[in-house]
Design a protein around this ligand. Structure first.
Ligand code: ADP
Ligand code: MG
Length: 760
């Protein structure tokens, strides 16, 4: 049934070649007890290793049931070992961290039989060696003889045809040796037992055949066998270790080094903790911003302005570069036309009609802002209102309070309640343009009190008082005294305001979209009054008849210029801005969609670009959040890499520690793949625990973090961990550790099983 034919095995160490087996041929009977005798170094162990397939012959052949093994692949040897061979070693070679029963079951586990069969066969084997009472002990809790019985039970469990024993009694006392030898003799009744021993007495007493080796050659054979082998029935049964078995093996192993594993898992969880917290924070902030947008920002108007900045990521970068100080002494060419972020909206009556058709239930109000010039008498001088950077508020007196309160902060005074009351507005740094200050008539200083401006009065001069006509030619009336004696409408600064910090205006000022130098805001009723007054003035009537500027005789460049300069607006004059106040968040979406529809099929130039104030703010703040998130994640990722390397080292140490186990598993028929699997299982366990640990620690630390944020920002429960992040983080932890453990696991599988068995 088993035959070795002209087997030669040489070991090369450096220049020196040791011939361990020299042209050895032996034929074995199906049942016999063969003792291999010989001095130390004569090649006995080598012979056994070759018979077992743990080591491979250089030349010759090993024939099993008539089948040559010359073409055996690794997996064939593994299956042969698992099915046909049972090993008994001098040093027992039990796996220390698993129970006696588990040790015995191991070979069966590899052959993939059911749990029930596995247990039944193992218990039978343990019964046979008389160890039924010890099945739950760990090997270290047994005596030497008992250990060897476990090893014998393990060799028998899978019911192999061949039992190989390498000095099985070498480490035992005489009394125990006899018991073990009796056991092996018993076994040899229905199996082929090949036992290596250097003890001739034992060989004489128990075996049926003694083969003596010397320097790798057969010296004598007491019962040679030469019959023709007729069996040719060798079949392969695949062996495989399930991942679950690998997990349980590694889990038992890890249990023996709890402290180290916990520390490792903790250290490698640091990256996971970092990333989890960051993700929770940014997740929470995004949600906060979303709800902020829903609640508050929907009240911000959608603005369609004649000139509008296209505020997107590109233009923001552009603004940033514009603001940067150039130190190089060179001049750059710059095409304002193509590089400008300003887009001119061609608002016309068509478009106004389109806007008017927005579904009524979507908006609270639509206001059209038209601004016109008028003449103001202050400080004994007449100026046009443009000098004062005067702007009409988009809402009338009834609805003005709400608008001002949302967008501005009242620094001093009160809000207008009639058309004659106006507001002074300062920029975000409380500044006011010097031109305006001097036009008002205040002396030049660095600082002013609010009271210096409050209650300052302007008088509105009508066209008929200001423009005089002689012989069809208009001139400006320079007689301020006579003008000021007339009954003029007085307007008064009643309050000082500033754009709110988180307000759209302030934001736009910040990014340089609007340069607010401060100015004056007036109720739209004032503008209506001025227009009404000037509409019927002589100069306007005359101006309407001609297309050139009636004062300077120059052509107007635009229609608006003509309409504005005399404080008059045609009924059909186009507003310079349209403000649409959506009812709520959803209706804002509807409106935006409606406005977008208008732009379909239009060229870029003809498109009407609106500014969604709320969105601009949100984009900017969430953009910053995103950037911060990426940076922090990058940092944490570095710690993940570190933990990956650390895991690699830990697994490498584990491979060194478990080398013997690798050898044992291989001798039981484990494939290289299975060995990789054992260590992958170990990394998996560490990865999983570090992931879970990381998530738990991160989750717990969210409580103090949220508390801190509540104190700092008054935002409640900002950091939120989403279930997706939990799954993702655990997956990442497992992935990182797997990568770290990959190389050591591969190294483990490549270990030479013979050498692995030899390590202590
Ligand atoms: P025995 O078991 O009879 O004591 P071995 O079969 O272990 O002898 O060894 C036979 C010879 O081969 C010895 O000289 C030993 O030094 C040598 N040998 C065995 N294994 C190796 C090896 N892996 N590398 C180099 N030499 C080896
Ligand atoms: Mg030996």
């Amino acid at each position: 049934m088993l035959e070795i034919k002209n087997i030669t095995k040489k070991y090369k160490t450096g220049d020196f070649t040791q011939t361990a087996l020299d042209n050895v041929s032996i034929k074995f009977r199906k049942n016999e007890f063969v003792s291999i005798l010989g001095k130390s170094g004569s090649g006995k162990t080598t012979l056994l290793n070759i018979i077992s397939g743990l080591d491979h012959y250089d030349s010759g052949d090993l024939i099993i049931n008539g089948k040559t093994t010359k073409k055996f692949k690794d997996k064939d040897w593994d299956s042969y070992r698992n099915n046909s061979i049972g090993f008994i070693f001098q040093s027992y070679n039990l796996i220390p961290h698993i129970s006696v029963l588990k040790n015995v079951e191991l070979g069966l586990t590899l052959s993939g039989v059911s749990k029930k069969v596995k247990q039944k066969k193992s218990l039978e084997a343990l019964k046979r060696v008389g160890l039924l009472n010890h099945i739950n002990k760990k090997p270290n809790q047994l005596s030497g003889g008992e250990k060897q019985r476990v090893a014998i039970a393990r060799a028998l469990a899978n019911d192999p045809d061949i039992i190989l024993a390498d000095e099985p009694t070498g480490a035992l006392d005489t009394k125990t040796s006899i018991q073990i030898m009796e056991l092996i003799k018993e076994i040899s009744k229905d199996k082929l037992v090949i036992m290596v021993t250097h003890n001739p007495e034992i060989a004489q007493k128990y075996s049926t055949r003694i083969i003596e080796l010397s320097d790798g050659k057969i010296q004598s054979d007491t019962a040679p066998y030469n019959e023709q082998d007729t069996t040719n029935t060798y079949t392969f049964k695949k062996t495989a270790m399930s991942f679950l078995t690998a997990i349980s093996l590694s889990f038992e192993n890890i249990k023996t080094k709890k402290g180290r594993t916990i520390l490792t898992a903790f250290a490698s969880s640091i990256g996971i903790i970092g990333i989890s917290i960051i993700l929770s924070l940014s997740n929470g902030f995004d949600k906060q911003i979303d709800s902020f947008e829903q609640d508050t920002l929907s009240s911000f108007p959608i603005i369609i302005s004649k000139e509008t900045a296209v505020i997107d990521k590109d233009s923001l970068t552009q603004l940033a570069t514009i603001n940067k100080q150039e130190t190089k002494k060179v001049i750059y060419s710059y095409d304002r036309q193509t590089e400008s972020i300003l887009h001119t909206n061609k608002i016309d009556n068509n478009y106004i009609e389109y806007v008017e058709n927005i579904k009524k239930d979507n908006y609270d109000a639509i206001t059209y802002i038209k601004t016109t010039n008028f003449n103001l008498l202050i400080n004994n001088k007449i100026n046009t209102s443009s000098t004062f950077n005067m702007q009409s508020l988009p809402l009338n007196l009834d609805t003005l309070d709400n608008y001002i309160n949302t967008n501005y902060e009242l620094l001093s005074g009160k809000l207008p309640t009639k058309k004659e009351e106006i507001l002074l507005y300062v920029d975000s740094k409380n500044r006011l343009d010097t031109n305006l200050i001097s036009a008002i008539g205040l002396e030049e200083k660095d600082e002013y009190n609010y009271n210096d401006f409050l209650n300052i009065e302007f008088k509105i001069v009508n066209n008929d008082d200001y423009y005089l006509k002689y012989n069809d030619i208009y001139t400006i009336n320079n007689d301020i005294d006579s003008i000021s004696k007339k009954d003029l409408l007085k307007i008064k600064i009643v309050g000082i305001v500033k754009a709110k910090e988180d307000n759209a205006m302030a934001r736009m000022e910040e990014v340089g979209y609007i340069s607010s130098n401060g100015g004056i805001l007036y109720p739209s009723e004032l503008q209506d009054y001025v227009i009404e007054q000037n509409k019927t003035s002589k100069i306007v009537t005359d101006q309407k008849k001609v297309n050139y500027n009636i004062l300077t005789k120059q052509e107007f460049t635009t229609k608006e210029e003509k309409e504005n300069f005399l404080g008059y607006l045609a009924d059909d004059s186009i507003p310079y801005a349209i403000y649409i106040y959506p009812k709520d968040f959803d209706s804002k979406d509807n409106i935006l969609k409606y406005l977008d529809d208008y732009n379909q099929d239009l060229s870029d130039d003809d498109k009407i670009v609106y500014t969604d104030m709320a969105k601009t703010i949100v984009d900017m703040s969430s953009g910053i959040m995103d950037a911060i998130t990426y940076v922090l994640i990058a940092f944490s990722a570095v710690s993940l890499v570190v933990s990956g390397i650390m895991i690699g080292i830990i697994i490498y140490i584990s491979v060194l520690e478990r080398t013997k186990e690798i050898g044992i598993l291989r001798s039981l028929g484990a494939r290289k793949k299975d060995i990789t699997r054992v260590f992958n299982a170990e990394t998996f366990i560490i990865g999983l625990s570090s992931g879970i640990l990381g998530i738990v620690i991160a989750y717990l630390s969210l409580f103090p973090i949220n508390k801190l944020l509540l104190n700092l920002t008054e935002l409640e429960n900002v950091a939120k961990m989403s279930p997706l992040h939990v799954v993702l983080m655990i997956a990442i932890a497992i992935l990182v550790t797997s990568i770290g453990g990959f190389i050591p696991s591969k190294m483990a599988s490549r270990k030479d099983p013979v050498e692995a068995l030899r390590t202590e």
